[in-house]
Design a protein around this ligand. Structure first.
Ligand SMILES: [Zn+2]
Length: 559
């Protein structure tokens, strides 16, 4: 998901708040920034977005061509193969398509069974790579928001043994209705605890047999139609050593009206329990009901690849800074009026891969940094950020030795800007470096206008953040030097409506590359700032990723 799209939703220009200065001045040793090689950047994008590359769908005949082109650019930029002498990291994937759904049947003593229909009332799938999913007589337990946040003293599963049971869970987090961002779960701003992916992960950690999220349009930020379409058809996973057996047997969503009917049958009131679940110390409620559900899974395995390039550090080569951009796109897609059925993905994300190579080249010309720099072109972003997820789970360079990084997804071909946009808010000490770079480049900062939508949790940087590595998700804003905010918003709107994920996301020789060069310079200053520094910027205290980072740094002998 290119965050370029989010820009259509961003408006207000607000000065950023100051944050604690925890990055030492050594980080900011002023060194000249080598100029961006714009013709090479343009050529890389043009090549990757050409029809010959067929829209860069993973595991197709186009993939080897894409990988070769990226490796050639990485070599020319002075990188070394990053994965023990190889440029590639294998990413084994599993595609699962569920069918033959039974109704979801809810039963209780003395009640007629209630039966709900796939699609209309519920959607479901398994994260276990097994041909048959069968659940019978699993007790339903309402676990509120399904959150276990030790740093906040909040555990909706306190005292429960979920073995054999099904967790019934509210979407979002307990304080999402606040206007400000001061609540324990950052108020209106969504935290990872509010994302549905977290709900299923936590239910699995609790040993639950199944998990059901109750859909509600406002806190979910999208309607039932979106849930239904994204849970229909093939679902993609990375292969894991245990075939996903540490996951629940099944995960599901139900319509809110279904949950209301089920709670009523249990003699409970969903609205009342929802209010109770917002309070700290909420105790989970067994509903006295059981669930039956079954379906079959067609399983297909495939292989794709991440490209890994390395520039070794001069003085601390065992410390790493990460740059990432996804190389994949949608491949052949629905034809437009002219019959063009190749979704070229020029902006999304040939530009990011072009920027990755441009950054390697600039660092090559500047000479090695103190720390090593890793340039990672990941696969399968469009299938759910799987390539980055696989790297994070199987890191070539230990995450505990990875200082931080920059992800790039969708650079703008619309000229220079006066501002920078940031998703996720001020989550980490990286903000100190960002503010310094903004000042040096004379750029203002435009915060997200919809922090409740949780965009930070939806692209490749998040795969690393989730395992503790602080990552930037920043880019140029819409306040263009030529035409100001009106021109920027119009360009962004044009992209979102007319090009995003369509055959018309194509490269053009008429692109104004000045903004892209400016954005690459921004990424260079952020990455090189980390690579020449000696600090280990952490998540701010209370952030949801602070604990996992403290743990991994502690294990690596760092503080
Ligand atoms: Zn993208």
């Amino acid at each position: 998901m290119p965050y370029r799209v989010d820009r259509a939703f961003r408006a207000a220009l607000v000065a950023g708040a100051a944050c604690a200065t925890l990055i030492s001045s050594a980080t900011f040793a002023a060194a000249p920034v080598p100029p961006v090689d714009v013709p090479a950047l343009r050529a890389t994008i043009k090549t990757l977005a050409s029809d010959e590359f067929e829209g860069r769908a993973p595991s197709t005949a186009a993939e080897p061509k894409v990988l070769d082109a990226i490796i050639a650019r990485f070599k020319a930029a002075g990188l070394q193969p990053g994965n023990k002498g190889s440029w590639l990291q294998d990413v084994p994937t599993v595609e699962m398509t569920a069918s033959q759904f039974s109704p979801m049947v809810i039963k209780a003593k003395g009640l007629a069974p209630m039966s709900f229909a796939i699609g209309k009332d519920f959607v479901a799938g398994s994260y276990r790579f097994v041909p048959q999913t069968r659940i019978a007589d699993s007790e339903l337990v309402f676990v509120g928001y399904g959150i276990n946040a030790p740093e906040l003293g909040w555990n909706d599963y306190a005292g429960l043994d979920m073995k054999g049971k099904t967790a019934v869970i509210l979407v979002n987090d307990p304080d999402y209705e606040m206007q400000g961002e001061d609540g324990p779960f950052k108020g209106r701003r969504m935290t990872y605890y509010g994302r549905w992916t977290y709900k299923f992960e936590e239910a699995a950690r609790q040993g639950a047999t199944a998990a059901i999220v109750i859909h509600d349009t406002y806190p979910a930020a999208y309607g039932w139609n979106v849930v239904q379409s994204s849970w229909t058809g093939a679902q993609y996973f990375v292969q894991s050593a245990n075939d996903g057996m540490d996951q629940t047997v099944a995960n599901a969503w139900v319509q809110k009206s279904v949950a209301e009917a089920v709670f009523k049958a249990a003699g409970q009131d969903l609205a009342g329990l929802t209010a109770a679940a917002k309070q700290k110390g909420f105790k989970a409620v067994p509903l006295g009901l059981t669930m039956d559900l079954s379906f079959d899974n067609a399983i297909r395995k495939a292989m794709s690849h991440n490209v890994v390039g390395l520039m070794p550090g001069k003085t601390r080569p065992d410390e790493y800074v990460l740059y990432s951009a996804h190389w994949d796109h949608l491949g052949r897609c629905e034809a437009d009026k002219s019959g063009d059925d190749i979704c070229n993905g020029a902006v999304d994300n040939a530009t990011g891969v072009g920027a990755l190579a441009a950054l390697a080249d600039m660092n090559h010309r500047a000479g090695p940094a103190a720390r090593s720099q890793v340039f990672l072109a990941v696969t399968l972003e469009e299938s759910g950020t799987l390539g980055s997820e696989y790297y994070a789970a199987n890191p070539v360079f230990p995450l505990a030795r990875t200082v931080g990084g920059v992800n790039m997804d969708g650079l703008s071909p619309t000229g220079r800007a006066r501002d920078v946009t940031v998703t996720g808010g001020d989550k980490s000490e990286l903000t100190t470096l960002l503010r310094k770079v903004e000042k040096d480049m004379n750029l203002s900062e435009t915060p997200e206008s919809h922090p409740e939508r949780g965009y930070y949790y939806r692209s490749d940087h998040f795969s690393f953040a989730k395992l503790g590595v602080p990552m930037f998700d920043v880019g140029l804003g819409e306040d263009l030097e030529k035409g100001g905010r009106a021109a920027g918003e119009a360009a962004s709107e044009d992209y979102t409506v007319n090009r995003y994920h369509q055959p018309s996301d194509e490269y053009s020789d008429s692109w104004d590359m000045s903004g892209m060069a400016q954005e690459v310079e921004l990424f260079y200053r952020l990455g090189r700032g980390l690579a020449d520094g000696s600090d280990w910027p952490n998540w701010h205290p209370g952030d949801e990723f602070r604990a996992i980072r403290d743990k991994s740094l502690g294990e690596a002998g760092k503080k």
